[in-house]
Design a protein around this ligand. Structure first.
Ligand code: SF4
Length: 413
């Protein structure tokens, strides 16, 4: 059973979306906020306008309530049509979603895309297009073979000293290029017994010093559920650090509340791995959420998937990395898009990724340069890729090329 049906049921009875913009031509602009906009308010003018237009009975307090945002997420084509004009490609794709990654967009994220053009980078993140239906021979439902590295439900133990722990299959938005599109969006959540088996596995494997809690998106769970999970992991002495992988500060920034922070603070050292794909995602609301996390001592890192037509050029990527550093988020990984079914329209060549790294390294702060990796199909793990900086290497010397193309030698003796 997928999230659409259940959550749509939960939504009925809410007085919600009104109005219809479907006769309007979408705008073509891609930038939503200027680079230097500073969050002086908890709701941007753009979101306020959207709320008044499409949720006129909703108070600002409800809008800022993350549970209201989840309850009122847009999950059907009829709801989506009320707020934006859809292309034929989008309509065809949404009408053929059955059994595939569901559609889900929070009202907040909808406020960022409702009057954008069909190729707008944020819109392409969440609104399916018909190319998703085209599958190629090299694509696989589980391209990283996570199932074969899973000793107990929810745990993926691929690397020697760390595990991935998937604690939910639900996200507040579904990204159309998601590596786990084969499993997220389903509501068969792990039960208490599954959690206990996962805790026991981690406790029994003394080599595990790092646990990455992911999903789905863990921050769609309640504070109580997160407290339960984090408490049990922190009881295991050999676990040194815990990480939470989340896109919530981008798509549901209202989730970062004082109460959540008071839960998370109990479990330091706790790292937060965020996921950004475009500079326009760094909204006033997102800046506020990241500021709250950073002020509470959580080291913030960002992962970005290289996506054709969204962020596959040096200018956009550099702007994203610079904006992340300004909000204390350290760029961590740039991923080559995984070979999931229907991802051909998102994938670039690996050459493009190397070209982008070449355009960053040396031309901007080292902190602004993520590690570009291919997550090896078949489960081989992350493999870093660099431009060709080493021209020759023998027992005498190494010959290197710097970012300007200038050659230099370093002796090996
Ligand atoms: S938030 Fe993460 S897990 Fe959820 S759909 Fe997006 S990429 Fe996948």
């Amino acid at each position: 059973m997928n999230a659409n049906k259940n959550e749509a049921t939960a939504l009925r009875g809410e007085s919600r979306l009104v109005g219809c913009s479907s006769d309007e031509e979408p705008g073509a602009e891609t930038m939503i906020f200027s680079q230097n906009e500073i969050p002086t308010q908890s709701v941007s003018n753009r979101s306020t306008d959207f709320r008044k237009r499409f949720f006129p009975l909703t108070t600002i307090d409800s809008w800022n309530d993350w549970k209201w945002q989840l309850r009122n997420s847009i999950t059907t084509i009829d709801e989506l049509k009320k707020i934006m004009k859809l292309s034929e490609k989008e309509i065809m794709a949404i009408n053929n979603l059955k059994g595939r990654l569901p559609l889900r967009v929070t009202p907040f994220f909808a406020s960022l895309i409702y009057n954008t053009g069909f190729s707008h980078p944020l819109r392409r993140n969440v609104i399916p297009v018909v190319e998703e239906l085209l599958h190629t021979a090299s694509e696989q439902a589980d391209p990283l073979h996570e199932k074969s590295f899973s000793p107990v439900k929810g745990i993926v133990h691929r690397y020697p000293d760390r595990v991935l722990f998937t604690v939910t299959r639900v996200c507040s938005n579904y990204c159309r290029y998601c590596t786990r599109s084969h499993s997220v969006g389903r509501l068969d959540r792990p039960g208490k017994q599954d959690f206990e088996k996962a805790f026991s596995y981690i406790a029994a494997h003394r080599e595990i010093r790092d646990v990455l809690i992911s999903g789905g998106d863990p921050l769609t769970l309640t504070d109580e559920a997160l407290d339960y999970i984090l408490f049990h992991i922190r009881q295991i002495e050999h676990v040194e650090i815990i990480r939470i992988g989340t896109r919530v500060p981008v798509v549901l920034p209202q989730r970062i509340t004082d109460k959540l922070l008071s839960v998370l603070r109990k479990y330091h050292p706790l790292f937060i791995s965020l996921h950004f794909s475009h500079p326009a995602e760094i909204t006033p609301e997102c800046i506020k959420a990241c500021t709250m996390l950073a002020d509470n001592g959580f080291p913030l890192g960002s992962q970005t998937v290289l996506l054709k037509g969204i962020n596959d050029n040096i200018t956009v990527m550099k702007e994203l990395m610079h904006k992340l550093l300004k909000i204390r988020v350290r760029p961590y990984y740039l991923y080559q898009c995984d070979l999931i079914p229907g991802s051909g329209h998102f994938r670039t060549t690996v050459r493009k990724g190397i070209e982008i790294i070449k355009g960053l390294r040396g031309f901007t702060s080292g902190y602004a340069v993520p590690t570009y990796v291919v997550d090896a199909p078949g489960g081989g793990g992350k493999i870093p890729l660099l431009p060709d900086y080493v021209l020759e290497h023998n027992s005498e010397k190494i010959v290197l090329r710097n970012y300007k193309g200038v050659l230099c030698e370093y002796p090996e003796k």
